[in-house]
Design a protein around this ligand. Structure first.
Ligand SMILES: *Cc1c(COP(=O)(O)O)cnc(C)c1O
Length: 357
């Protein structure tokens, strides 16, 4: 507390990111980073961009990057907004679309924990909607009923931290059933096995789809994310962005991101490797008695009926293996385990075998 703070500062409960330990030789399976390096072409482009031109401001509209995203996804550049990581894109979307008096923003009770943080920052009314017993999203619970209308809907697909995916028909029902508000689908993990709602944006002017280069493009350190939607939504985001920071994408990030997006072969090779390892990891955990939710992401969410989640996470840590544990209702017995390399996942399984005995 400080007398100098604006009053809202004391009321905030900031997001707590997964730990980034300074220790060496850890098996780090806690923040859903990709275990494979980024495209060599992206690294080359970043090196080439590290030149005298850094003297100059970057393009405030990031036109080249918007065009690359548009080409890759089969949309028009005016349907693309880019930001400094998808977290920034999400933050701008919360401020641009979700603040409506008397109409709460809806999101699942178990979901990305940044959503309530943005609600606190921007003073957005919100209500959580319970996932079902199997941690699935019940679409009907997000549709207007008895005069109650949402001021917005946001959910990750696949969901985090459960890994469960919704089919496209359900996403379409969400968008079509809530024409009065923006329905935002956060596709941070979509490339690991879910269907992208980008295919629906031409039919639904209220649908906004957000993706990131952090997970499936191995570029969490570069900070690039983007949104796809109707040009009117993109204009709303640009109005917020240009009232906040004209240059969120620096020259190095733009160059690396464009090259990464254009390297389809590297993208497919690495994401398919992650998917294959995920299936081996899930099978290994099941063999050890874990219940593993079906995952379409680059992590699995698993609990053991006879071993406490927090205790297991702590014991793994003593063996230099870091996984994520959330001390939250309904999920405090689960571990969220990022899919690493095959060798890293094998070390995890070996350690668990010892611990469970
Ligand atoms: C990782 C993640 C993000 C944020 O990604 P950045 O682009 O690195 O900011 C957004 N949403 C969800 C659900 C995530 O898991």
């Amino acid at each position: 507390m400080s007398q100098y703070w604006s009053p809202i500062v004391a009321t905030l409960s900031p997001y707590v990111p997964g730990e980034q330990p300074k220790l060496q030789n850890l098996v780090k399976l806690n923040t859903n980073e990709n275990p494979y390096p980024p495209s060599p072409k992206a690294l080359q482009a970043i090196r080439a961009a590290a030149s005298d031109t850094l003297r100059l401001y970057p393009d405030p509209a990031s036109e080249g990057l918007c065009q690359a995203v548009a080409r890759a996804l089969g949309v028009r550049p005016e349907q693309v907004f880019v930001g400094n990581g998808s977290d920034e894109v999400l933050a701008h979307a919360f401020q641009a679309f979700f603040k409506h008096e008397g109409r709460p923003l809806l999101f699942p009770d178990i979901s990305y924990s940044f959503y309530p943080v943005y609600c606190g920052l921007y003073q957005i009314e919100h209500a959580t909607v319970a996932l079902d017993e199997a941690f699935g999203v019940v679409v009907d619970d997000y549709l207007p009923s008895q005069g109650r209308q949402a001021g917005g809907v946001i959910l990750p697909n696949p969901n985090a931290p459960t890994g469960r995916a919704l089919p496209l028909a359900d996403i379409e029902r969400l968008a079509a059933g809530n024409p009065q508000c923006v329905v935002l689908i956060d596709e941070a993990y979509v490339d690991f096995g879910a269907e992208s709602a980008v295919a629906l944006v031409d039919r639904h002017p209220n649908l906004l789809v957000v993706q990131t280069l952090s997970k499936s493009r191995s570029l969490a350190g570069l900070r690039v994310g983007y949104a796809i939607g109707h040009p009117a939504l993109i204009e709303g985001l640009n109005r917020i962005k240009d009232s906040f920071n004209s240059y969120p994408i620096d020259r190095l990030a733009a160059a690396g991101a464009i090259a990464a997006i254009e390297d389809q072969a590297h993208f497919d090779r690495t994401r398919l490797a992650v998917i294959a390892t995920r299936e081996r990891l899930a099978a290994g955990l099941v063999e050890l008695g874990f219940e593993v939710l079906p995952s379409a992401a680059n992590f699995v969410f698993a609990r053991h009926p006879a071993h406490d989640g927090a205790a297991l996470a702590a014991q793994l840590r003593e063996r230099s293996i870091i996984v994520r544990h959330f001390k939250r209702p309904r999920i405090d017995q689960f571990l969220r385990i990022t899919v690493g390399t095959d060798a890293e996942c094998a070390s995890l399984i070996t350690a668990l075998k010892t611990l469970l005995n």
